[in-house]
Design a protein around this ligand. Structure first.
Ligand code: GLC
Length: 546
């Protein structure tokens, strides 16, 4: 693969694979590298240009691999180093790149670094993590873990607390310590030598906490505002240090997860000498379907990103319920229509698309009906806290359901077999609803399927730079429910109409482009009303190019 071709990622559509849920190659109910490798022809046919793998390193998997106990080993559930190397080779042979998720903020409590740090207050690795003595109230401050309860865990042996922003088994590293930075640069160098094309850096704006350890403020609903445990001074410098190290090698893509909705914060992290782009939830996290808000977000991204900063485009991930289920109001036809509209938005707008596995076939949310069926530590953690706070089991289950991220983590639906062709054994998590009908094999044959629509758009994005790299020359909202834009690259233009509303939309294409336009994709055919006037049916996406 040609590494010297700079900024390949500007025109690449990525595809996120949640490691345990894609394809089980050895029949143990958990996805793995041999399984994924066997599906590369499917991904080639779909037309994606890059894969994002969630963590596959050795891990007790309290949080499905976001708790790493050995950064240099493949978790045996996912295969061997040889399986990984073969996967990289076969992916590259098909012209697809690979970026890997790396957790720099915390390690597993089972990591030897932490074991050493915990062994004695005088350990040379003591300062690799964040240890604090009790305050007068006991715990050092009010900081809360994202998975429920205090972010401080007491260690009776050395009589200090350690800090964990997530589960107590995910211990935050002390990034103020230069040895920690060096250790992580070594880790990155190791994986770069294996031939990967970039990193997705997990919760990168958590790397440092305030040295004063002040209490976080609490809002009117009793929710904590994470003022002193995120986006602290010194983080940008730390990220700059690792980015400069990685960018010594040409063409390596660095995307960092920054959980913030504040554009001022987001902008700090990317640009020259820093991350290439930030992965954030502004556009994607709508719980309800609100086209006017989508429009506002696109506008905002356009106005506030510097010219060398691109937004990321995604609506689902392993941390969010699937957007087809969030947006479809439980009506199967509307779900399909809106999911196709979102596909068109994602694959024609300005930015870098990240498709979440299974969205290309319209997989729906998986729901854990009983606590025994819930797998996610975030749901389970909040369940425990609710019970401790005196809630009934039913109340605790309801709270857990609002926090759980299991919804989007069910096995990929490959065919109509038992367990959807994912495995011949019961999978580690329940199957998604309707998996007997909703699957890749059927959709690869149908010309009007979700798969066919994604495939068409992905192909167009490669074929027409106006779609992948064009700037908006026009961007507007019509009648409150349609988003329309014209994008231009060099002298080529593309006009995209996303009619989210339930009425037909009339528009004159000559208002959007002076060039002669050709219709190249439509989730439903528009009608020609004579000349350049067209009628776009309700809930329909249409793309024209010059
Ligand atoms: C990121 C991951 C999420 C994980 C958390 C802690 O937000 O996307 O899945 O639980 O970091 O590592």
């Amino acid at each position: 693969m040609d590494r010297t071709q700079m900024k390949w990622w500007r025109k690449t559509s990525f595809y996120e694979i949640y490691m345990p849920s894609y394809c089980d190659g050895n029949g143990d109910g958990v996805g793995d590298f041999p399984g994924i490798t066997s599906k590369l022809d499917y991904l080639k046919e779909l037309g994606i240009g890059g894969i994002w793998l969630t963590p596959f390193y050795q891990s007790p998997k309290i949080d499905n691999g976001y708790d790493i106990s050995d950064y240099y080993a493949i978790d045996p559930d996912y295969g061997t180093m040889a399986d990984f190397e073969r996967f990289i080779e076969e992916t590259h042979q098909r012209g697809i790149r690979v970026i890997v998720d790396l957790v720099l903020n915390h390690t597993s409590s089972a990591h030897p670094w932490f074991q050493e740090s915990k062994s004695s207050a005088l350990s040379p690795k003591r300062d690799w993590y964040i240890w604090k003595s009790p305050s007068d109230q006991g715990i050092p401050n009010n900081w809360e873990s994202f998975f429920g309860g205090s972010a401080w865990e007491w260690d009776p042996d050395t009589e200090q607390y350690y800090y964990h922003a997530f589960a107590k088994e995910q211990v935050d590293l002390n990034w103020a310590n230069p040895e920690v930075r060096q250790a992580m640069k070594d880790v990155m160098g190791f994986w770069l030598d294996k031939g990967i094309d970039g990193f997705r850096l997990d919760v990168i704006n958590f790397l440092k906490v305030s040295g004063q350890f002040q209490d976080n403020p609490v809002d009117g609903n009793g929710d904590q505002i994470h003022l002193y445990d995120q986006n602290q001074d010194g983080i940008v410098e730390a990220i700059g240090e690792i980015c400069r190290y990685v960018h010594e090698r040409d063409g390596i893509f660095m995307v960092g997860e920054v959980g913030s909705e504040d554009m001022d914060i987001l902008r700090r992290y990317s640009g020259s000498g820093l991350l290439d782009v930030v992965f954030n939830f502004n556009l994607g996290s709508q719980e309800q379907f609100l086209p006017a808000d989508l429009y506002k977000q696109i506008k905002l991204m356009e106005e506030q990103h510097a010219p060398d900063q691109l937004p990321t485009l995604f609506f689902s991930s392993h941390d969010m319920p699937r957007h087809i289920s969030r947006f479809g109001e439980g009506d199967a036809e509307l779900e399909e229509q809106r999911a196709k509209l979102m596909a068109a938005l994602m694959l024609t707008a300005k930015g870098i698309p990240f498709i979440y596995y299974g969205d290309e076939i319209g997989m729906r949310n998986h729901i854990a009906h009983r606590i025994e069926d819930m797998r996610d530590i975030q749901g389970l953690g909040h369940y425990e806290v609710a019970l401790k706070n005196g809630r009934t089991e039913e109340e605790a289950l309801n709270i857990a359901r609002t926090k759980s991220r299991d919804y989007s983590r069910s096995p990929m639906q490959w065919n109509g077999n038992r367990y959807g062709g994912f495995s011949d054994q019961a999978p580690w998590i329940g199957m998604g609803p309707g998996y007997e009908q909703i699957h890749a094999e059927a959709q690869q044959q149908q010309t009007d399927s979700m798969f066919a629509f994604y495939k068409r758009l992905l192909k167009l994005r490669i074929q027409y730079p106006a779609l992948s790299m064009g700037d908006y020359v026009k961007l507007d909202q019509l009648k409150g429910s349609a988003i329309v834009y014209t994008k231009r690259f060099s002298s080529d233009e593309a006009v995209v109409v996303l009619q989210f509303g339930s009425e037909p939309l009339h528009l004159d294409l000559s208002d959007w482009s002076d060039q002669e336009l050709e219709l190249v994709a439509a989730s439903k055919e528009p009608l020609s009303l004579g000349g350049s006037v067209v009628e776009v049916p309700p809930h329909t996406a249409v793309v024209w190019v010059s």
